[in-house]
Design a protein around this ligand. Structure first.
Ligand SMILES: [Zn+2]
Ligand SMILES: [Zn+2]
Length: 319
């Protein structure tokens, strides 16, 4: 009787050790293999900065979630604490003042309860003044905001929308289809019925190394491009300024700038928790990596890289 039990114990130990070894492997600093073919088309749709309208933007920090750098990208340091920032981007264009993502809103405590239990156990959050509060403090009434676009429909990007009732919310039709298919249920399921959603198509032609884009003002200053994988309709936003400065807000494609620079994806555990199609995320990361390499003055901003948020907020409004 004792021998089979001992053998069973040994077998369980071996399986456990293999599982731990596999988990550790998923955090090792393995870079993605770059694909130079994805650089094709870089330069398309660019305008001379002097032809662009007077646009400025401000980054509003609305909260954060303390984490470890190791969770943000493969190769991140376990010992390094890293705040995931939650932000809204306020863009002032001559034709409209609008938001890109909204960060944490005033009802974030309720919204937090809509995320999976495992994620709540693994993390916590810290509130900062909401986008609506910061706008009021700057003398901007919510009615001056003409519309909001979202990088994707996850709770931490849409929570603040509740503070702008009736606001037109723009997202690509792929994201609306994704929401309606309940591929990633949560806060958006509860909110979608009360949102004034205006889906758009990427019908403005190629832009840089993206085959399709959406230029809401038709002037080359603000360009949305698809970055699918994290969600079906994940979207990035270029902000091209008259000064020649250029920014690219990439949503949750990566959680840290190193994800694009190295390039490196999230560790497996994070991928299975948050991404719907890891292959598409990889492809999008490699595409942005090629662009960032070819255009050194382009500032690529992941939606949660608090270090970049601090830098940008300190310079805001950026013209
Ligand atoms: Zn997300
Ligand atoms: Zn996010």
């Amino acid at each position: 009787m004792k021998k089979p039990l001992k053998r069973l114990g040994q077998a369980i130990m071996i399986v456990l050790l293999i599982a731990i070894a596999l988990l550790v492997y998923t955090f090792l600093p393995i870079k993605l293999t770059t694909d130079p073919a994805l650089a094709a088309g870089i330069g398309r749709g660019r305008r001379d900065p002097s032809q662009l309208p007077e646009v400025s933007f401000t980054l509003l920090k609305t909260g954060k979630m303390p984490s470890r750098r190791a969770f943000a990208y493969r190769g991140g340091n376990w010992a390094e604490s890293a705040d995931n920032g939650m932000a809204a981007i306020l863009v002032r264009h001559p034709q409209a003042t609008f938001l890109f993502d909204t960060g944490f809103g005033s009802a974030v405590d309720q919204h937090w309860l809509t995320i999976p239990l495992l994620m709540r156990k693994l993390s916590t959050y810290v509130k900062e003044p909401t986008a609506a509060e910061q706008l009021r403090a700057q003398g901007i009434s919510p009615s001056e905001i003409k519309w909001a676009a979202i990088s994707h429909s996850h709770w931490d990007h849409i929570s603040g929308l509740d503070d702008f009732p009736g606001l037109e919310v723009r997202m690509p039709s792929q994201e609306l289809d994704f929401i309606r298919a309940h591929r990633y249920p949560g806060l958006i399921d509860q909110m979608i019925g009360r949102l004034n959603v205006h889906p758009f198509e990427f019908a403005s032609g190629p832009y840089e190394n993206f085959e399709v884009s959406y230029d809401p003002f038709g002037d080359g200053s603000i360009i949305f491009v698809p970055l699918p994988g994290h969600t079906a309709g994940s979207t990035g936003m270029f902000v091209n300024l008259r000064s020649g400065k250029r920014y690219f807000f990439i949503g949750d494609l990566t959680w840290a700038r190193e994800g694009i620079e190295r390039p490196a994806e999230r560790p497996w555990l994070a991928r299975v928790l948050v991404d719907i199609e890891a292959d598409k995320v990889r492809q999008s990361i490699l595409r942005v990596h090629e662009l960032a390499k070819a255009v050194p003055n382009l500032v690529v901003v992941p939606a949660h890289d608090r270090r970049l948020h601090e830098e940008i907020a300190a310079q805001s409004p950026i013209k």
